[in-house]
Write a protein that binds this ligand. Structure first.
Ligand SMILES: *Cc1c(COP(=O)(O)O)cnc(C)c1O
Length: 519
């Protein structure tokens, strides 16, 4: 790709003063365009432009939300098509917003996979809900940076309040320190970094891991169905991927506490040091729920930090009769749950709670002089608890979503999605040659079509073709996984606009595509 705007190499600018005459006045400092004319004072666009286009955009978004099925759920775009439709370098001169927004609709929107489509059943479907969208709009306009209390007292304190509200909605006990990150992957990374720092005698913060004969091998345990973000955190923290130990699961895909205890005992006998155990509430593969109370006991006996990954499943605890899925989590040292996944908050918003903020702070706090503030010992400066300095004001949209639906409204929506998923699983089970692969506790059903006469490989290929046929149709989007070596179709419900009609339609499509594939 050529880069017209910048050329390949550019000489350093001439010193402005004296470049072409005496530096008399503002023009000389502002500089001149290539043709020698003084640059106009830049500034933002007129506010009237904002208001006019914002009104139009809001109308557009309103139509988009009112007709979420207007576009095919999966983008029908060939790789590279969007890049090819756009200029390879930025414009030299200003373009009108009309043109830019028209290009959004013409070029960008057709290249979107629509997570807001009610037929989105792949991965874990999510929602940008109306209060959340309004919160994001305000967030970008207010442009807060919640790095220090002082740089945004309201963002910092609303983050504390919103995280405490969310803790209560999930039925967690008191004594948790809450913070918002971008993703569960980063939340889990921070938690395992804290676990590493929970052993101050190792002085990894100061001395690192490399080249040290005095350090034991540090081990982290999770189930063989845990999310890859646990592996990535272990890799990124320099512990070595082979030290992320995947523990066997039982017939319901839950981590086996006996296998965990045995693995830890064997490692300790070899001189290794267990530093963390990660339990999952709602695994990505089948939404299995690890037995957290038993795992907590084993982790505590081993002196290891217990982190609970409830990125997806934790949201179900807003339903009072399902609060039990977080049993034992109050015994953990940290827990992550993603409001941007199953709690209707737009991307991105991940909630991390830790029991020992002092340890997280020990792992990350480093305050250069220019960030010292007078009140720093009396307030929370969120930059002290993670890698990033600058932090988005994510609490606003979370707070607005919790207020706009209320505890009862959130519970009603999550409850309805679980009921729809269970109904779907019942239809699948009742149909000859269709199978539901794992217990349906939450809003994910893993299914497959296993018609007689097909061997294992042919059954996998058949299911894969069913999925591709549905996804090409534009009405529904499913994803797949391998469970016990078999290809299974993942059907998740998490979009606020999905109702029974969409689920019935997806089930019709599944059977139609299966029949057509065998014909
Ligand atoms: C989705 C998911 C993650 C990763 O979430 P990100 O916020 O995308 O990093 C981690 N763990 C589980 C169990 C998940 O479902």
């Amino acid at each position: 790709m050529t880069d017209h705007a910048h050329g390949s190499r550019r000489a350093l600018p001439e010193p402005l003063a004296g470049a072409d005459g005496p530096a008399d006045g503002w023009d000389a400092h502002v500089g001149r365009d290539v043709d020698g004319t003084p640059l106009a004072a830049p500034g933002d666009l007129p506010v009237a432009e904002f208001t006019r286009h914002a009104h139009e955009l809001v109308e557009w978004i309103g139509r988009y939300l009112a007709e979420p099925e207007r576009y095919p759920v999966v983008a029908r775009t060939a790789p590279g098509a969007i890049r090819d439709a756009l200029p390879s370098s930025p414009p030299r001169t200003a373009e009108p917003l009309e043109t830019i927004l028209a290009d959004v609709e013409r070029v960008i929107v057709p290249g979107l996979t629509h997570w807001n489509h009610p037929g989105f059943h792949a991965y874990f479907s999510n929602t940008a809900s109306i209060p959340g969208i309004l919160g994001e709009l305000l967030t970008s306009a207010l442009n807060q940076n919640a790095m220090l209390w002082k740089t945004s007292p309201a963002a910092t304190e609303l983050e504390q309040v919103a995280m405490d509200w969310l803790r209560q909605l999930l039925g967690l006990g008191r004594g948790w320190f809450g913070m918002i990150t971008d993703t569960a992957s980063i939340s889990t990374f921070l938690a395992i970094a804290a676990a590493r720092e929970a052993r101050p005698e190792l002085d990894i913060r100061g001395r690192g891991l490399a080249g040290r004969a005095d350090l034991p091998v540090l081990r982290v345990y999770c189930s063989s169905h845990a999310h890859s973000s646990v592996d990535k955190a272990v890799m990124a923290l320099g512990l070595g991927h082979e030290n992320c130990v995947h523990i066997d699961v039982d017939e319901q895909f839950r981590m086996r506490p006996d296998a965990l205890a045995a693995a830890i005992a064997a490692d300790v006998a070899r001189g290794m040091l267990p530093i963390a155990v990660v339990a999952t509430v709602g695994t990505t593969s089948v939404a299995a729920i690890d037995p957290v109370p038993e795992i907590a006991e084993i982790a505590r006996a081993a002196g290891a930090w217990l982190h609970v990954d409830a990125a997806y499943g934790g949201a179900a605890a807003v339903v009072p009769e399902l609060a039990g899925i977080l049993d034992g989590v109050d015994e953990a040292d940290s827990v992550v749950m993603n409001p941007h996944k199953w709690l209707f908050v737009p991307m991105d918003c991940s909630a991390l709670w830790v029991k020992h903020p002092d340890v997280l702070k020990r792992a990350f706090a480093l305050v250069p002089e220019y960030l010292v503030t007078r009140e720093q010992d009396a307030v929370v400066n969120y930059m002290d608890y993670g890698v990033q300095l600058g932090r988005r004001f994510r609490a606003l949209k979370l707070w607005m979503v919790m207020r706009a639906y209320g505890a009862d409204g959130l519970a009603a929506r999550v409850r309805q999605q679980i009921a729809l998923t269970r109904a779907f699983a019942d239809w699948v089970r009742a149909e000859p040659h269709w199978e539901v692969i794992a217990p349906v506790h939450l809003s994910l059903a893993c299914i497959r079509h296993a018609p007689p006469g097909l061997d294992a490989a042919a059954t996998d290929a058949h299911n894969e073709r069913i999925m591709h046929a549905i996804n090409a149709g534009g009405e529904a989007f499913l994803s797949h996984n391998r469970t016990n070596g078999q290809l299974v179709l993942r059907f998740a419900i998490g979009n606020i606009r999905t109702d029974e009609r969409h689920v019935r339609r997806a089930w019709d499509l599944l059977r139609e595509c299966a029949a057509r594939d065998l014909a």
